[in-house]
Design a protein around this ligand. Structure first.
Ligand SMILES: [Fe+2]
Length: 233
């Protein structure tokens, strides 16, 4: 099935950007690929429309592109960040938005890049948006971003287990619908994404049917039929 993104030259830009990230910040490039793959996994499991799945894939791949404009010393600093360093790090959604906007990416992708650190209770940044005004695609990438961050080792802490990360996210200010979706993905499917970082890179690298068939928790159609859901995204 043809899709506006697939036929767009911007798809080639995504691959080029990822190639540059691989060279400059390989751990961030890997993180972006996994976030895209986790997001696609959830979107497919929920039976979301192809266009929405593709937005999540491309937006997931690019969500942290602004970190290429943050000093590597800050990104890899093992200790506590100073206030100035923290401000620089928190600017990465806006840096990424500016870059992607100049390249001509459409608003649904720009939303993911700019708002992926917003939170349901308005405690996020850069704008402190309320959960209801955060697009569904952004909420999905936000949760998967946090999940991958928690389950990946950092200079200042060890990686959390999948169980611990899911339990932690369930208590935080993330969209409950998306967290419920994350909790319903079989652990084996999440582990498979973590093992194969090329997923999410190109449209033909989506999680394959074999993995999705292994899901023990079926997609819950009530979410799709819920009018609040249908009209909100
Ligand atoms: Fe980020």
């Amino acid at each position: 099935m043809s899709h506006p993104f697939v036929s767009s030259p911007l798809v080639r830009d995504v691959d080029t950007i990822l190639d540059v990230m691989d060279t400059q910040q390989p751990s961030i490039a890997s993180h972006c690929r996994r976030v895209a793959a986790y997001g696609v996994q959830l979107a497919v499991q929920y039976g979301l429309p192809d266009e929405m799945v593709e937005t999540i894939r491309v937006g997931g791949l690019l969500h942290d592109v602004g970190k290429m404009m943050v000093s590597p010393d800050i990104l890899t600093k093992p200790g506590r960040l100073t206030e100035q360093e923290w401000r620089a790090l928190q600017s990465h959604p806006e840096y990424g938005f500016d870059m992607a906007e100049r390249l001509g990416f459409e608003s649904s992708i720009l939303d993911i890049i700019l708002y992926h650190h917003e939170r349901n209770d308005s405690s996020g940044y850069p704008d402190g948006l309320n959960g209801h005004s955060i697009p569904w695609t952004v909420r999905i990438v936000s949760v998967m971003d946090a999940f991958d961050a928690l389950t990946s080792p950092r200079a200042y802490r060890a990686a959390l287990s999948i169980e611990a990360a899911r339990a932690l996210l369930a208590r935080e200010a993330y969209c409950p619908w998306v967290v419920t979706g994350l909790l319903s993905i079989p652990k084996s499917a999440l582990e498979a994404v973590a093992r194969n970082e090329s997923w999410g890179c190109r449209p033909d690298s989506r999680p394959n049917a074999g993995v999705l068939e292994s899901a023990t928790t079926p997609w819950n159609p009530t979410y799709r039929e819920d009018p609040r859901f249908v009209t909100s995204w």
